[in-house]
Design a protein around this ligand. Structure first.
Ligand SMILES: N[C@@H](CCC(=O)N[C@@H](CS)C(=O)NCC(=O)O)C(=O)O
Length: 265
């Protein structure tokens, strides 16, 4: 539930998609950058109906990062949040904190259920394996100054095993899991689905993996994006609109050479 901009935040830096009839107090301020991991916190806040303030500069990735840098100069990352007077980074930790304070059992499978293991596995796999390996490939391409498609992919499912686990193996594992389970939380949507959504959407831009061939992944994306809370979150997170893949209209396409922006029809 998005509230009005915080007092003290310059008008151009704070964005409110809607003004609620009665302004409630929010303990949570999300420092956001469009098309970045801060979407996870916005989405969870919408799912759990947590009041929050949102701070960013619309259409200005560098300007939004400057606001974060002011808040957290030693570790400027999106998301950064201010919660009950303290500043925190790390999306998975922020989600766990908010779940423990506001969840009341929602979006985490019950203790003792088999799904709890799935939930925790994917909560951590999202950053610890999927994003880590995608970005390892991206850094390799940057350091070697070669296209991402030329970075060796390591172990590929169905091919003689060789080398380390590469990004295709990550998404083959994800596809296999989703062929047997509707959600990363197992039988039901959980916060692990929010964590994995960004990891899945990053496979293309970060690591050059075309996930359109993974049909169970594609069906899962459609399922979770149909959730009313996701629809509210994306409106707030990308106020300039977005294309059918969720790319913000007019925002820079990561790593495009020459520089380009997402054009919306
Ligand atoms: N593991 C962190 C990663 C945060 C992160 O790297 N966020 C990106 C935006 S999606 C960022 O701020 N990058 C700036 C940088 O790496 O310098 C999390 O999940 O919050």
């Amino acid at each position: 539930m998005l509230l009005l901009p915080m007092a003290g935040i310059p008008a151009e830096a704070a964005h409110a998609a809607q003004a609620p009839a009665a302004v409630k107090q929010a303990d949570l301020t999300i420092y956001h950058i469009e098309m970045r991991r801060s979407m996870r916190v916005i989405w969870l806040a919408e799912e759990l109906e947590i009041p929050y303030n949102l701070v960013f500069k619309r259409g200005d990735i560098a300007g939004s990062m400057e606001l974060i840098r002011e808040m957290s100069p030693l570790m400027p990352m999106a998301p950064t949040v201010k919660y009950k007077g303290n500043v925190y980074v790390e999306s998975g930790g922020i989600l766990d904190l908010l779940l423990s304070e506001y969840g009341n059992g929602r979006l985490v499978p019950p203790n003792g259920s088999a799904d709890l293991g799935n939930h925790y596995q994917w909560m951590h796999f999202a950053e610890g394996t999927a994003m880590y390996r995608a970005w390892a490939a991206r850094y390799a391409s940057m350091v070697a100054n070669i296209p991402i498609t030329d970075v060796p992919k390591g172990y590929q499912t169905g091919v003689k095993p060789s080398g380390l686990v590469g990004v295709p193996a990550v998404y083959a594992f994800v596809e296999d899991y989703l062929s047997r389970n509707p959600y990363f939380g197992g039988g039901h949507f959980s916060a692990a689905d929010i964590m994995m959504h960004f990891a899945v959407k990053s496979a293309g831009p970060a690591a050059g993996i075309d996930i359109s061939g993974y049909k169970n992944v594609a069906a899962w994306v459609e399922r979770v994006e149909a959730r009313p809370a996701f629809q509210r979150a994306i409106k707030v997170a990308l106020p300039g609109g977005h294309d059918k893949d969720g790319n913000g209209c007019g925002l820079p396409i990561p790593f495009s050479n020459p520089p380009a922006v997402y054009a919306c029809p």
